[in-house]
Design a protein around this ligand. Structure first.
Ligand code: NDP
Length: 340
């Protein structure tokens, strides 16, 4: 059973050498017949997600944020898409296609079955359940609609816009009738946003010396909703351009995850005169919306209202490189690893 394990805890930028692909003897093909219901999943696709970085650092018990650190030498626990091989859980049977919390290995014995979901649209590409129909799609949906609450005609700015969450946020905001601008880290990504994803405008933040000028040019009337995936200087600049009554949806701060100390945000004072609501959210609080989300999102995809860009690498050996690529922006679209 090949698995990706953490070799050492990480400070700063993670490297592929922080992880290792190891083969352990024996494949768990049968769920133990005990008191705890369990499911054996053959993993087909591994999802690469930025939050895995936080779990590569060892946290002290005193940390304000509850730690969910990876255990050295054990398979990295994260989202996958797979097929049930064996089950003692009444709701799952061999042959079911599932997505959810499993681990970065070929076969996983899942005992926390509340994090596993049946795939209801096998007619769509299964890999979509790592992204647009999975956790990152739900993040975009819940963050935009439950926290951002867009109204038709409003202007929405989203960072890391060509990524897994960002691409869905932008397209959902277009469906909601908003004017949508995205930022991304390459001209290739900017082209995709404008020409394949229906964004009204987009810019390459790595080429812009002055983020304020870029925002002023793309959004001269200001921003109603900023969907923040990156934090740092982009959040600071966006705050200056928010309209009165604007909403800042704090989804992620990937620009900060590898820094020894997080950068200060200088323009927080804007919250007061502009009556801005800035709200952090975690997708795990919104899984009760999953059934509604899956139905609506499958509909958008089938109707051609949702383009999906994936970055698929083949083979579990490539998983460490794929994961660290998220932090340099190497991925174009949802990063995933096909392993079977
Ligand atoms: P992406 O698919 O967007 O991949 C990460 C992207 O981030 C890269 O492609 C890169 O794009 C960009 N990036 C990397 N480093 C930097 C940097 N220093 N400054 C600016 N941009 C950078 O990942 P996801 O869509 O999966 O995640 C996006 C964000 O959403 C992350 O912050 C993540 O932690 C957060 N998230 C939050 C959840 C929640 O519950 N709140 C749930 C899921 C995700 P580029 O080329 O444009 O720089």
């Amino acid at each position: 059973n090949k698995k990706v394990v953490l070799r050492r805890y990480v400070t700063g930028y993670p490297t592929a050498e922080d992880m290792e692909v190891v083969a352990t003897p024996g494949i768990p093909l049968r769920a133990p017949r005990g008191s705890t219901a369990a499911v054996v999943v053959k993993n087909l696709y591994l999802s690469c997600d930025p939050w895995m970085r936080g779990r590569m650092t060892r946290h002290d018990d005193g940390d304000a944020v509850p730690a969910d650190d990876f255990v050295l030498g054990e398979a990295l626990v994260n989202y996958t898409v797979g097929e049930v091989v064996d089950s003692t859980h009444p709701e799952f049977s061999a042959g079911d296609l599932v997505w959810g919390m499993s681990a970065w290995e070929e076969y996983t014995l899942v005992t926390k079955t509340e994090g596993l979901f049946k795939i209801n649209h096998p007619e769509l590409p299964l890999s979509y359940y790592t992204g647009v129909l999975g956790m990152t799609g739900l993040t975009a949906y819940a963050g935009l609609f439950e926290v951002g609450k867009p109204k038709g005609g409003e202007s929405v700015f989203v960072s890391a816009a060509a990524g897994a969450v960002g691409q869905v946020v932008g397209q959902l905001a277009k469906i909601a009738g908003c004017y949508v601008v995205g930022s991304a880290g390459s001209d290739e990504k900017v082209n995709i946003l404008k020409n394949e994803m229906g964004f009204d405008d987009a810019f390459n933040y790595k080429e812009e010396k002055d983020l304020n000028a870029a925002l002023r040019q793309c959004l001269p009337g200001g921003i109603d909703i900023y969907f923040d995936n990156v934090g740092g200087t982009t959040l600071d600049a966006a705050l200056l351009h928010m309209k009165v009554g604007g909403r800042v949806v704090i989804c992620g701060m990937i620009s900060q995850y590898n820094l020894p100390e997080h950068e200060g945000v200088h323009n927080l004072f804007c919250l007061i005169p502009k009556r801005i609501r800035m709200e952090g959210f975690a997708v795990m609080d919104y899984f009760h919306l999953y059934a509604r989300f899956e139905k609506e999102m499958a509909g958008f995809i089938k109707e051609g209202n949702m383009s999906v860009i994936e970055d698929v690498v083949q083979g579990i050996e490539k998983a460490p490189d794929a994961l660290i690529g998220l932090f340099s922006g190497r991925n174009v679209g949802k990063q995933l690893v096909a392993i079977a």
